[in-house]
Design a protein around this ligand. Structure first.
Ligand code: NDP
Length: 247
């Protein structure tokens, strides 16, 4: 019986580490053809090598999701190589947490650019192909922080609330094209996400917490596979998951 993942063409942004990397590896092992984007191409190249050496199919290209042309190139490369695009996982994100009163305006802007504009650029790149195919699935990585606000998360949470709104609005609009929309909202997952927090106090508190309760990135990979594997008339609109030990 088909797993409804075999031979699907899956584009993943933020595939050079953490949950995107894990999703690429897992989906490729289930037979997907993965097209990966991120800025650190040496990491992507190593993953392409690993996946293809294991008998899977993968390609990658340098992608900065803040640049619409980069994301379009990634999606177009997938369509050119594999003939279609079945899924895009708009996963790239950053989380430089800080209290608003610290006025780290550059970090706010970067979060908005990567976490919101990056998702929109993925939608813009994939939608024309999916409309023409009359099928597709647009997956957006939000967060538990897209549901609740925790200390120093106001702007990050704002970006993750925003992409949930965008995904839900998209869901309502794309019915005529048979396109599924899925929000994945993880809790604390052990990845490189905390490394870019410039506020040392906030970084230490979050590192302690994620170190204690965080779950591995393959949790995300399995849930992404679950959402993709459903029959085409079943649309998993959102999955919230978190460590059992998380508040
Ligand atoms: P990582 O830091 O391990 O991965 C982030 C990925 O995003 C990297 O591949 C990075 O690649 C990519 N990225 C960052 N900026 C850009 C950019 N401008 N253009 C393209 N790619 C970019 O963290 P996670 O795996 O944890 O994060 C993945 C997603 O999950 C994010 O959206 C994050 O907000 C979300 N999330 C994470 C949680 C956690 O606890 N870890 C919880 C809830 C949500 P590169 O630097 O090579 O460009």
């Amino acid at each position: 019986m088909s797993n409804n993942i075999q031979d699907k063409v899956v584009v993943i942004t933020g595939a050079s580490s953490g949950m995107g990397e894990s999703a690429a590896r897992h989906l490729a092992s289930l037979g997907a053809k993965v097209a990966m984007g991120a800025r650190r191409t040496e990491r992507l190249d190593a993953l392409v090598y690993e996946i293809t050496a294991a008998g899977g199919e993968a390609i990658a290209v340098a992608t900065d999701v803040t640049k619409p042309d980069d994301v379009k190139r990634l999606v177009d490369m997938a369509v050119e190589a594999y003939g279609r695009i079945d899924v895009i996982i708009n996963n790239a994100g950053i989380m430089p947490l800080s209290p608003i009163e610290s006025l780290k305006i550059d970090e706010w802007d970067r979060m908005i650019d990567v976490n919101i504009r990056g998702v929109l650029h993925g939608i813009a790149a994939a939608l024309p192909h999916m409309k023409a195919q009359k099928s597709g699935q647009i997956i957006t990585t939000s967060s538990v922080a897209g549901h609740v606000i925790f200390p120093a998360s106001a702007v990050y949470s704002g970006t993750k609330f925003a992409v949930r709104a965008i995904s839900e609005g998209l869901r309502q609009e794309v019915k005529p094209y048979n396109i599924r929309t899925t929000i994945l909202s993880p809790g604390a997952v052990k990845t490189e996400l905390l490394e870019h927090i410039s506020d040392e106090e906030v970084k230490a508190a979050n590192s302690d917490y994620v170190g204690q309760v965080g779950i591995p990135a393959d949790s995300f990979a399995r849930i992404a596979a679950f959402a993709i594997s459903q029959p085409e008339d079943v649309d998993i609109n959102e999955v919230i998951f978190r460590p059992t030990a998380q508040q």
